[in-house]
Design a binder for this molecule. Structure first.
Ligand code: PGA
Length: 263
């Protein structure tokens, strides 16, 4: 079975005490639940709390809980004020880094080339990448969504080897569904996930495609998680708003646990 991932993207939310409470809540859930082997749970706080959150992640093997950053620099070190190197993220215990989130593409003008550099350096630093892609509403209305998303993937991941792809997770996040309460239908999401998987099969090989975890993101909540996870090509979720509360995040995680048990 492909790795199933439930990832919380906390964005620029939570102060210290809230970050600790949420991490403890998720850790308690993880430790008190019989988690399936295939499940990975990820939390992504802001840079200043990465170390703090990491200290509240139990260091037992069966906890399944991993730390992610929300971005990283394209540079190893040096004169880059305000940036954080993926080497530093790895050094403090991150396993993952989210790259190419639509908010960073829009608010920080992140280009495909810049993202390719970030991906390359993050992989060299030993991080796994949660690479976000997704179309705007007008692009979907025009029926161009597959082309847009595949171009985003080609533009930043097109030069990677099969070995590199073992450390890539794709998060398909239609921009019109992020933070809006509007979710892509399970069918819309699954169709896109199939298109991404078939691109990887054609571009690399079938094995890399079969092993690739593809997450859906955009207004995932306890009420819609089970229907999304029941789809053949949806391997988890990247969750914003609903990841900020222990109850909703663990309810979504529980939906994935039940889905895995049903297969
Ligand atoms: P949302 O955010 O769940 O609040 O829609 C998802 C994301 O931006 O990763």
């Amino acid at each position: 079975m492909r790795k199933k991932i439930i990832a919380g993207n906390w964005k620029m939310n939570m102060v210290k005490a809230e970050a600790i409470t949420l991490t403890q809540g998720i850790a308690n859930f993880a430790l008190s639940t019989d988690l399936p082997e295939a499940l990975t749970i990820v939390v992504s706080p802001v840079y200043p709390y990465l170390d703090l959150v990491n200290n509240h992640i139990p260091s037992v093997n069966d906890c399944h809980l991993y730390l992610s950053a929300q971005d990283c620099s394209a540079h190893e070190k040096g004169a880059h004020t305000g940036e954080v190197s993926p080497i530093m993220l790895k050094d403090i215990g991150c396993h993952y880094v989210i790259l190419g989130h639509s908010e960073r593409r829009a608010q920080h003008q992140e280009s495909a080339d810049l993202l390719a550099q970030k991906v390359g350096l993050a992989l060299d630093s030993g991080l796994q990448i949660i690479f976000c892609c997704g179309e705007q509403l007008d692009e979907r209305k025009a029926g161009n969504q597959n082309e847009i998303v595949i171009d985003q993937i080609k533009g930043s991941l097109g030069e990677l080897s099969t070995d590199d792809w073992a450390n890539i997770v794709i998060a398909y996040e239609p921009v019109w569904a992020i933070g809006t309460g509007e979710t892509a239908s399970p069918e819309q999401a699954n169709d896109m996930h199939k298109a991404i998987r078939s691109f990887v099969a054609d571009h690399l090989d079938q094995r890399a495609a079969d092993q690739l975890s593809i997450l859906y993101g955009g207004s995932v909540k306890p009420a819609n998680a089970a229907d999304l996870f029941a789809c053949s090509d949806i391997d988890g979720a990247l969750i914003g708003g609903a990841s900020l509360k222990t109850d909703s995040f663990t309810a979504i995680t529980q939906a994935m646990i039940e889905q895995i048990a049903n297969v």
